[in-house]
Design a protein around this ligand. Sequence first.
Ligand code: S3P
Length: 448
Amino acid sequence: MSGHGTAQPMTARKSGPLTGRAEVPGDKSISHRALIFGAMALGETRITGLLEGQDVLDTARAMRAFGAEVTRHGAGTWSVHGVGVGGFGEPADVIDCGNSGTGVRLIMGCMATTAMTATFTGDASLRKRPMGRVTDPLSLFGARAYGRSGGRLPMTVVGAASPVPVRYATPVASAQVKSAVLLAGLNAPGETAVIEREATRDHSERMLAGFGARVHVEKTAEGNVITLTGQPELRPQTVAVPRDPSSAAFPVCAALVVAGSDIFVPGVSQNLTRNGLYLTLVDMGADIMFENPREEGGEPVADLRVRFGPLSGIEVPPERAPSMIDEYPILSVVAAFAEGTTVMRGVRELRVKESDRIDAMARGLEACGVRVEEDEDTLIVHGMGPGGVPGGATATTHLDHRIAMSFLILGMASKQPVSVDDASPINTSFPVFTPLMTRLGAHLEPAQ
Ligand code: S3P
């Protein structure tokens, strides 16, 4: 589990041109949900293309602890024999969700309306992250949570024996909070509703409907109102997990900043709740062609042809943040190689991710010779043009996979090599990052 092993320092040096085909692994959000919804359906769900990153493996282990039978048949091919809504058994031991906020928050949601007690923990990163955003709405169903100060893990959740349905307006734009409430609503009688002012990734709504739940989404002046009818019988499904657009972001952005690159990235999601980075890159002048639009695994996808070229700094529209929330670290690397300034506002949520991503990016970019400005809710990067970043520093990754991958890509295009203190967290979301990038022409090696 990341954060429990020894650190793996890694160095990236000037690379390229990057060429070839980048087939990124399955979507992390959809992989977690396939296992969790499969465990709550009655009968056997078959999954192909499952991301076998540590975050998802930890969720698989948790679903077993609640009584589901989870079996790996081959690379990415899994089955889940689910126990039905309300059918979870009490786990015999602490549930360790490793590095995964999605895992722990969704699982808290799906046990919170069943009469049982479960204790959750995670690695040093996850134990710093706020859980009150999930346990507050879960308490409205009748669940109780006892954690460390600040609502942090380890935390024990006592599920509601007689849950009541809930109507809840999320105070932060968070698909994890929305999903936790919907999952809790599954085992409450009557209608549970979540109101979100800004649309966040909609995989839970889409997939729950696919598993046979009654889910209704209405756009209103208050935002999206998602209503779920409780106590359905979820029917097992065959889930083909599409590739992860948040992982595709890394080879795509690498090709945009490494001189002479020309790569092909098949099957990148164009789901409007996930594609903010791609819109932003196009606004910056990126040479990206979106070819062969189609549907894969229930998601709209396209094949991307991405070529190196000049980029301009822009103001990223703040309302785009929820659709690219995981992509700001790699966008700030792209911004460092653009001409002019890139302003990212409305990004305070980055401070409570696997690390404080505003701080981690700002400190690492500064160490590599890039001028940045920040406040609580903003990150501004002053671009140095193609190949213009000095590099020559080691970035601290704070157990954050996306910080590690971002600085390695910075090093592929900067004048001097860039190292990260620990590349092991990359395994949580993109276990084949190093071989995939190396095949494209990246120079990555273990650091001393
Ligand atoms: C996720 C939601 C987002 C995102 C995370 C995955 C999900 O978190 O950052 O990587 O699968 O629901 P928030 O809900 O905290 O925004």
